[in-house]
Every structure is written in structure tokens, then in C-alpha cells.
Design a protein around this ligand. Structure first.
Ligand SMILES: NC(=O)c1ccc[n+]([C@@H]2O[C@H](COP(=O)([O-])OP(=O)(O)OC[C@H]3O[C@@H](n4cnc5c(N)ncnc54)[C@H](O)[C@@H]3O)[C@@H](O)[C@H]2O)c1
Length: 242
């Protein structure tokens, strides 16, 4: 894996950093794109390569991807962990919060994939893993019930299918993970209702490593015949009809 380059958006976050460490332990060169922060800069101590990027700005995405390809030669895998999570009901959502949600989750995911495809993977092939959410495939009552969040994450499932169809002939695979609740700081802020655990067959929330295991599989050649798929990782919660 010595020469393999993985780029993770949102790689300073709860799930993103665990994914980044897992790729690093397996010999990848790890490049992180995230909003400017002290946390991003501290990644240099972890022997990772940090790049500040705001995914709501397409020009910024293109400049940063140009810089990454120039400095690291190519991108073998792109893991799009970056996302905005909110718990707001329809009465709390105005036009501005709707647009921000879609700018980060749907538009940012599309234009980052497009930049990486055009500037590297179109010539070299590669694997892209997107982050959807259980909120894209079922409704929630109470915490996590946020129409603009669910709709933006459903868009990711759709664009995963579409781009897999378009880019397969270039040797580029695209899949998505669809996590249920994962215990991260961002999730704790949403005040997850613990009684919901009763409706999870495996009786627990995921930990970030549960998601990293699936992401790594989808990025690696072990999944070489899988593309356009969205893999649910939620302890079986989506198969309960109550
Ligand atoms: N935690 C859960 O329960 C859960 C469940 C389902 C899906 N997800 C998805 O998993 C992903 C990671 O979740 P997490 O719990 O680690 O959250 P997190 O908030 O810790 O991580 C999200 C990361 O995205 C980055 N980000 C946000 N806006 C950005 C922007 N405009 N430009 C660049 N980067 C930006 C943040 O800086 C952060 O590092 C998200 O896409 C989330 O929607 C999480």
C-alpha cells in the first residue's frame, strides 16, 4: 500500500479521523480535507497531510484538489465523510438552513467527487466512498428527524448510483455507507434518544470503527466487483417495521 493515496473529507471529525487512522495503519498515505481548524493543523503530528477546504465553495474544492494531485501525484481513494448533521423539525428550517444543508452534503459531495475524477481518477481508476445516513432511507420521530438532512443524504444515494454508471468504464467505483446512529461528539449534541436502542436488533449504536471497517472494504480491491451500492450499517434497525 506504500504508494496508495487516500483523501478523506471531514477527516478531523468523529468518524472521519477513525477512518483516517485505519487507512494509515494499513499503509496508505493519508490526506485530509476539512474546514480550517487547530485540529486540522495538528494532523501534521500524526504524519497526515492536512488541506483546509470549505466544501460549500466549488472554486475552493477545485484549487485544493489541484494542489493535492500536484503534491501527491494521484488519488487512489476518496472517502467523503464530511457532512452537516442537524436535528430540526420542519418549523425550524428556513431557506438559509435548507441551502446550507444541501450545499455541504449534496453539492459538496458531488463537486469534490467530480474534481477528483477529472484531475486524477479518470486516468488512473480508483474508488470513492460517500457518506449517506439511515435518515435517507427511513423516517425518525424525535431526535435525528430532520427533513433537510434526510433529503440531502438521500441525494447522496442517488448520485452514488448515477456516477457509478457514468464512471465505471474508467475503472472508477463509487459506493456509499449508510450509517445508523454512531456514537460521536456530533451525535451526542443531537441528544439521541436512548430508548431507540430497543429498536436495534444488535442492541447498540455503532462505534466509528464499525463504519471504518466497511469504508475500508469498499475502498479496497476486496470489493472490486461492487459499485453503485449503498451499504446500511445500523445493527439491523432498518429491518424493523415499528
Ligand atoms: N454520527 C452519526 O450518528 C451519523 C449517522 C449517520 C451518518 N453520519 C454521517 O457521517 C459523517 C460524519 O459524522 P460525524 O459524526 O463524524 O460528524 P462530525 O461533525 O464529527 O464530522 C463531520 C466533519 O465534516 C466537516 N465539515 C462540515 N462542514 C464542512 C464543510 N463545509 N467543508 C468541509 N468540511 C466540513 C466537519 O468539520 C467535520 O470534521 C457525516 O457525513 C454524517 O452525516 C453520522
Amino acid at each position: 500500500m506504500e504508494n496508495k493515496v487516500v483523501v478523506l473529507s471531514g477527516g478531523t471529525g468523529g468518524i472521519g479521523f477513525v477512518c483516517a487512522k485505519y487507512f494509515q495503519e494499513n499503509g496508505y498515505k493519508v490526506v485530509i480535507m476539512d474546514l480550517q481548524s487547530e485540529r486540522l493543523e495538528s494532523l501534521r503530528n500524526e504524519e497526515m497531510y492536512p488541506y483546509a477546504c470549505d466544501l460549500t465553495n466549488v472554486e475552493n474544492i477545485n484549487l485544493v484538489v489541484d494542489q493535492i494531485v500536484k503534491e501527491h501525484g494521484k488519488i487512489d481513494s476518496l472517502i467523503q465523510v464530511a457532512g452537516l448533521m442537524q436535528s430540526k423539525d420542519s418549523f425550524q428550517i428556513d431557506e438559509k438552513s435548507w441551502d446550507l444543508m444541501f450545499d455541504v452534503n449534496a453539492k459538496g459531495t458531488f463537486f469534490l467527487a467530480k474534481a477528483v475524477f477529472e484531475k486524477s481518477m479518470k486516468n488512473t481508476g480508483g474508488s470513492i466512498v460517500n457518506f449517506s445516513s439511515a435518515a435517507a432511507i427511513r423516517g425518525f420521530i424525535g431526535s435525528m428527524a430532520s427533513p433537510h438532512y434526510g433529503a440531502s443524504k438521500a441525494a447522496i444515494i442517488s448520485l452514488t448510483q448515477q456516477l457509478a454508471c457514468e464512471w465505471g468504464k474508467y475503472g472508477v467505483r463509487m459506493n456509499a455507507v449508510v450509517p445508523g446512529g454512531v456514537m460521536t461528539e456530533a451525535m451526542k449534541k443531537l441528544e439521541f434518544d436512548l430508548s431507540a436502542l430497543e429498536n436495534i436488533p444488535l442492541q447498540r449504536l455503532s462505534v466509528p470503527q464499525d463504519i471504518a471497517n466497511v469504508v475500508y472494504f469498499l475502498a479496497s480491491d476486496k470489493s472490486s466487483m461492487i459499485t453503485g451500492q449503498s451499504i446500511v450499517v445500523d445493527g439491523g434497525a432498518n429491518c424493523i417495521g415499528q
